[in-house]
Design a protein around this ligand. Structure first.
Ligand SMILES: [Fe+2]
Ligand SMILES: [Fe+2]
Length: 407
C-alpha cells in the first residue's frame, strides 16, 4: 500500500538545517499538533543561489543530519527534492512538486519564519503560491507581532490565503549560534539531538580550518573591488600583502589573515545612514564615542557584511575585522597583524615611525602595537586636534610593558 496516499494534511519545513537543531524539531512538532497534520516533511535546501559555498556544509551532510534528527518521530519525513534539483530553488516549484507527489487534494502548510511573511509577495509567482498552500509563520518569543499581524491580515484579505501564526519558544536557538559555539569549543548538548552532535563530531563538520581555493580567492577579490573605490581597493590590496607577510613571520593562519585583511575596510565607504541602519538591524552596540564618530564603526559593520554575504562566521576572522579600527584589550595575533598591516602597508603615506613599526611587526607584534598606538594617538591629538577614543590610552598603558630597548 502506498503510504503517501494516507497523507491528507502535510506540513512542509524548509531550511538549510546547517545544522538541524531542537528549535526546528520543536517547531515541527508544534505545527503537527496545532494543525493536526498527518506528516511533517523536512526539505533541506540545495545550494542557495547567492551564498558562497565556502562554509556551507555539503547537502549530503545536512540531509543526513536531518534524517538522524527526525528518525525517532514517526510523523517526520525528510525529502531530497530540493537537494536534487539543479540550479536555483524556488518555493513554488517545491510546492507544485509536492502536490504531484502527494496528490492535488493534499492540504499543504508551509512553515516559514515570521520575517519571511514581510517578503512573501516578492517570491516567485507569489499570488499562485499563496493559493496553493497555507502558511504557518513561526516566531520566537518577544517578536514584535503587531506589524506582522497587520501584514498577515492584509495578505489573508487580499489574496484569500491562509497565513497562520505560531509562537515557538525554542526558536531562540539558531544554527549560526550552534556553529559559533562549536568553533568556540562550547557545548551544544541539548541544543541538537544527540545523534546530530555525534555526527558533527565524527565528521568534524564545523570545527574547520578555512582553506580557500584560488578560484574562491579570485571571487573574493572581485567582490571587494566591486564595493570599493580604486583608491580604497589599492589600500586593501596593500594591507593583504603586508598582513600575509606578518602572518608568515609570526605563525598566524594564512587564509584567515587573507580574508580579514581583504574585508577589513569593506564597509568603509558605505554612507553613514546605511552604516547606522546595519548597526540597528544587527544589534551592533555602539559606545558614545562611536556614535559621534560613525566612520569608526566600519570595522564592526564590515564583520557583519562578511558574515551576511559570504556565510563566514569564524569568530577569529570577524573579530580581526571588527577591532581593526580601535583595537581592544586581549587582542589575538591575527587582530594585531591586521591592525598593524593597516597602518604600515606600502601605499600608506609615510609618517614618523612607520618603518620601525613595520620592522617590529615582523618579529614582535606587541612591541609594534605599542609604537603603532602611540603614533595613532599623536596623530589624533596633535594633527587632527581631536580627543582619541579612551581605549587608545588604555591600550598604550598595557602595551608599554613590551617597549624594551634593544641591545
Ligand atoms: Fe579601516
Ligand atoms: Fe584600512
Amino acid at each position: 500500500m502506498d503510504t503517501q496516499k494516507k497523507v491528507r494534511k502535510l506540513a512542509i519545513m524548509g531550511g538549510t538545517f546547517d545544522p538541524i537543531h531542537m528549535g526546528h524539531l520543536v517547531t515541527a512538532e508544534e505545527v503537527r499538533h496545532e494543525f493536526n497534520v498527518d506528516e511533517v516533511l523536512f526539505v533541506p535546501t540545495g545550494h542557495p543561489p547567492h551564498k558562497s559555498h565556502i562554509n556551507m556544509t555539503t547537502c549530503e551532510h545536512r540531509y543526513l543530519m536531518t534524517v538522524l534528527a527526525t528518525a525517532a518521530n514517526p510523523y517526520f519525513k525528510v525529502s531530497r527534492i530540493e537537494i536534487e534539483r539543479e540550479g536555483v530553488t524556488y518555493t513554488i516549484d517545491t510546492i507544485k512538486e509536492l502536490k504531484r507527489i502527494y496528490g492535488e487534494e493534499v492540504e499543504l502548510y508551509f512553515i516559514t519564519g515570521a520575517d519571511a511573511v514581510h517578503k512573501i509577495l516578492g517570491w516567485k509567482e507569489s499570488t499562485e503560491l499563496l493559493q496553493l498552500c497555507d502558511f504557518v509563520a513561526v516566531t520566537r518569543p518577544g517578536y514584535n507581532k503587531e506589524e506582522l499581524l497587520r501584514k498577515v491580515k492584509m495578505l489573508n484579505e487580499q489574496y484569500e490565503t491562509n497565513i497562520h501564526f505560531l509562537e515557538v519558544p525554542a526558536l531562540a536557538i539558531s544554527s549560526s549560534d550552534i556553529r559559533r559555539r562549536l568553533m568556540e569549543m562550547k557545548p551544544i548538548k541539548y541544543l541538537v539531538p544527540q545523534e546530530v552532535e555525534n555526527y558533527i563530531k565524527k565528521h568534524d563538520l564545523y570545527d574547520y580550518n578555512i582553506q580557500l581555493t584560488e578560484d574562491e580567492k579570485a571571487c573574493m577579490y572581485d567582490y571587494v573591488a566591486s564595493k570599493l573605490s580604486p583608491k580604497r581597493y589599492a589600500h586593501t590590496r596593500g594591507v593583504v600583502e603586508m598582513a600575509l607577510e606578518y602572518a608568515k613571520l609570526n605563525g598566524i593562519d594564512y587564509d584567515e589573515t587573507f580574508i580579514a585583511a581583504l574585508f577589513h575596510d569593506i564597509a568603509k565607504e558605505l554612507p553613514t545612514e546605511e552604516t547606522l541602519a546595519i548597526c540597528d538591524k544587527y544589534g551592533i552596540a555602539l559606545d558614545e564615542y562611536e556614535r559621534t564618530h560613525p566612520y569608526l564603526v566600519h570595522g564592526k559593520v564590515g564583520a557583519v557584511i562578511l558574515q551576511r554575504d559570504w556565510g563566514i562566521s569564524k569568530p577569529s576572522i570577524l573579530d580581526a575585522i571588527r577591532y581593526h579600527t580601535l583595537g581592544r584589550l586581549n587582542m589575538t595575533d591575527l587582530e594585531k597583524a591586521i591592525y598593524l598591516a593597516d597602518m604600515t602597508e606600502e601605499g600608506r603615506s609615510s609618517y614618523k615611525g612607520k618603518d620601525e613599526i613595520k620592522r617590529l611587526a615582523q618579529y614582535n607584534l606587541d612591541r609594534a602595537m605599542y609604537k603603532a598606538l602611540v603614533s595613532s594617538n599623536n596623530y589624533i591629538t596633535n594633527i587632527l586636534k581631536q580627543e582619541a577614543h579612551p581605549i587608545i590610552n588604555e591600550l598604550i598603558q598595557y602595551y608599554k610593558q613590551f617597549d624594551i630597548q634593544e641591545d
